[in-house]
Design a protein around this ligand. Structure first.
Ligand SMILES: [Mg+2]
Length: 363
């Protein structure tokens, strides 16, 4: 007779959420005693010293079919480009330059070689755009199409910008318009639903009017240009993070890491006309897209207001001031367009909570 087993405690992942899970697993590993590590799991990418002056920056991010993308509307070339871009975004979010990538694929049997060739066209295009090289990887069979990329970047140690340096009085800025990626996802999902309803023969895709936001969703560029502009203008922000889970989530990350509060002004959020048109089309609030949509891969940074003068020769759309860093006890707030000021809660997308799939796991 089999011995009766004692029931193990069992916690569903959704009870603690994505960030709770990361914290739990960090606890299992424990703190490292390696003093060459300057940033570990707590930032956009890991940073470690390679000599007295230089550091490497290392990040990894996976995209899984059905969670991060839908193959019926994600062209393979775009998937390849995006998989590189979202990793580069975490490297530039440390103010470092991406150099080398490895690519691991999990491929369902029915995917043809030609499709993987297209995927690699997108990877090649992204690597050219960011000045990087693919130096290895792995390929395996899988039930769901999976692409996992790791990227190594380089920087001088004193150039690195962490999430933890924001100071009360700093202005909070973003490098571009927000909410477009989510608007693009909504447009793509609507078209797929219409395709399912109307059938392939009579279906006319209706994607032209939302081509900008769709492009922002399918092939978001990482903001390498922004950090190059800063270097040219001798500017180093106090704190920096990329906007992968939505502005609300990222502002809270910077505040938590820096021990500060913040006040964001809803009226100052940069929005593209198409993003506003899409929100109107779907009968939703565009500010929700901008604050919680995610996958914009713009940068959020904090710096002293007077430092903005250094960037005065940049085009007017190179960055936008969206708020200010405050004392910790003031909390993380948003002044709504109505004039009312309320707490700005993270509320971004979390893959372990019920809801619409969007965005990337991890930093
Ligand atoms: Mg990040």
């Amino acid at each position: 007779m089999p011995q009766q087993q004692e029931q193990q405690p069992y916690t569903p992942i959704k009870d603690i959420g994505e960030f709770g899970l990361i914290g739990h697993l960090r606890g299992v590993l424990g703190e490292s005693e390696d003093d060459s590590i300057l940033a570990g799991i707590s930032d956009d990418a890991a940073v470690y010293r390679i000599d007295d002056e230089r550091v490497h920056v290392l990040t990894t991010d996976a995209m899984i079919e059905g969670i991060h993308f839908d193959r019926t509307f994600m062209p393979m070339e775009h998937l390849g480009f995006k998989a590189i871009s979202i990793n580069v975004s975490d490297i530039v979010a440390m103010n470092a330059t991406p150099r080398y990538a490895t690519v691991t694929l999990g491929v369902p049997q029915q995917v043809p070689v030609e499709a993987l060739g297209q995927l690699y066209e997108g990877i090649k295009q992204a690597c050219r755009a960011y000045g990087m090289t693919v130096v290895g990887g792995d390929t395996t069979a899988a039930h769901q199409f999976t692409i996992s990329v790791s990227v190594v970047g380089e920087a001088q140690e004193d150039a690195i910008v962490y999430r933890r340096g924001a100071q009360p009085g700093d202005v909070l800025c973003v490098t571009g318009d927000l909410g477009a990626s989510f608007a693009g996802l909504k447009a793509l999902v609507e078209n797929r639903e219409r395709l399912d309803e109307e059938g392939e023969e009579s279906f006319q895709p209706n994607l032209d009017r939302f081509s900008y936001v769709i492009q922002r969703h399918l092939a978001p560029p990482a903001q390498l240009k922004a950090i190059r502009d800063w270097a040219e203008h001798d500017l180093k922000p106090h704190a920096l993070i990329d906007i992968s889970d939505g502005l609300a989530s990222e502002v809270n990350h910077i505040c938590e890491a820096s021990g500060v509060g913040a006040l964001v002004h809803e009226a100052k959020l940069p929005l593209a006309q198409e993003t506003m048109d899409a929100a109107q089309h779907f009968g939703e609030e565009v500010d929700v897209y901008a604050l919680f949509g995610g996958e914009d891969y713009e940068l959020l940074f904090a710096l002293p207001e007077e430092e903005l003068d250094k960037l005065s020769d940049l085009p007017s759309d190179a960055f936008f001031v969206v708020g200010r860093v405050t004392e910790k006890d003031e909390g993380v707030l948003i002044e709504q367009s109505s004039g009312e000021t309320v707490p700005l809660r993270p509320g971004g997308f979390d893959h372990f909570q019920p809801g619409e799939a969007n965005g990337g796991l991890g930093a």
